[in-house]
Design a protein around this ligand. Structure first.
Ligand code: SF4
Ligand code: SF4
Length: 364
């Protein structure tokens, strides 16, 4: 994997709120419908095709050609415009009315923090990340379970990114860099900075890494001459494709207007505590958390979706303890290492989520 984006090298209810969901929902929250013009080529949703041809083999991608990260820069003077757009987006009730979702988007904003009034620019970053798999042992069998890229701790984390940006982008010693990823609507920032494009499944696609990206935003007091403000554009492949509409297990992707009904998205339910509603069947689950069904068939992810890594195996004894919902300190510590800080294995409070999600995968 190349460490740096070569293109940018020239650019300077029964659901309770859980701790990490806001970040995930920044990825998942659908805003494209109210932000994108509806007369883009391909028409209003258009029937189009089904992605790649049925008999054409999927292309392969050399992982070393995938950029580790890409970035774009906007001056903070763009924040008022972004806030206006965001206000419009979140008032769109098409996107879902679930209290959890609404609660999570309310605090997001494009305001410069009171303790950083000298901020001049925001650097928005997309980091490539791939899914991982772990084998859970039980009764002499091995169950291969997916841990999607949003849920384990990747090597290129916030602290490392800050150091890279200081060295490679800011290049002026002593400048302040603050991670504001949890406070801003990242997808809108990525789309407006030209870092990525919205797609029919409401995800952000970044050239070279598809939707397998984690978004971050960093404020800095470094002024840049660059301003990458960009008109919103839909992912070109969507003009002739509805593959994600067809593979979404809960049918929550709107065929017509580039929005996702968050109230029905599998991720909303398996990220959070509580029983699954009746319309979510056990057979719909395919990952320890989250859902990859609208990413896997996407032609813009071709060759990228197939890449994955391997986590340590979870032993028979550990699997039994998880399924019993009986965590002890040794188990939590071991799972944190093996599953790379997977959130639901981080504490006894979150453990019921892990127990429920693994149970449905192993016993489905
Ligand atoms: S997001 Fe991907 S799968 Fe969905 S319509 Fe667009 S190109 Fe097709
Ligand atoms: S495929 Fe899964 S993640 Fe995508 S919209 Fe449907 S339920 Fe949500």
């Amino acid at each position: 994997m190349s460490l740096k984006d070569p293109e940018s090298s020239n650019l300077p209810s029964n659901i309770k709120k859980s701790q990490w969901t806001r970040r995930e929902w920044l990825q998942q929250a659908a805003m494209a419908a109210v932000l994108l013009p509806q007369d883009y080529p391909g028409g209003f949703g258009g029937w189009g095709g089904r992605g790649r041809g049925r008999f054409r083999p999927r292309r392969t991608v050399d992982p070393s050609q995938i950029p580790a990260y890409k970035y774009r820069i906007l001056p903070v003077s763009r924040f008022p415009s972004l806030q206006n757009e965001y206000n419009t987006a979140r008032s769109n009730t098409q996107l879902g009315s679930a209290k959890l979702y609404r609660d999570q988007i309310v605090p997001l904003n494009f305001k410069v923090p009171a303790d950083f009034t000298g901020a001049k620019s925001v650097i928005v970053v997309a980091v490539y990340s791939k899914n991982m798999y772990s084998n859970f042992m039980l009764d002499g069998n091995s169950y291969r379970v997916m841990v999607p890229f949003q849920y384990y701790n990747d090597d290129l984390n916030s602290e490392k990114l800050k150091a890279i940006l200081q060295k490679e982008v800011i290049k002026s010693p002593g400048r302040r860099v603050v991670d504001i990823s949890s406070n801003v609507p990242l997808k809108l920032l990525a789309a407006r900075s030209g870092l990525g494009h919205y797609a029919r499944n409401s995800l952000i696609f970044v050239d070279g890494m598809g939707s397998y990206n984690m978004l971050y935003a960093f404020l800095t007091d470094q002024p840049f001459t660059e301003d990458h403000w960009t008109e919103l554009r839909i992912l070109e492949e969507c003009n002739h494709c509805h593959a994600c509409v067809q593979t979404c297990p809960t049918r929550c992707i709107n065929r017509w207007n580039y929005s996702v009904n968050i109230d029905k998205c599998l991720t909303l339910f398996n990220e959070n505590p509580g029983e699954f509603p009746n319309f979510i069947y056990g057979s719909m689950h395919h990952a320890l958390m989250g859902c990859m069904k609208c990413k896997e068939p996407c032609p813009a992810n071709e060759g990228i979706a197939e890449l994955s890594g391997k986590l340590e195996d979870v032993s028979e004894e550990e699997t039994r303890k998880i399924l019993k919902g009986a965590p002890d300190d040794a188990l939590l510590k071991s799972l944190q290492r093996k599953l790379r800080q997977f959130k639901a294995a981080a504490s006894r409070e979150q453990f019921p989520i892990l127990k429920r999600n693994l149970s449905v995968l192993i016993r489905a």
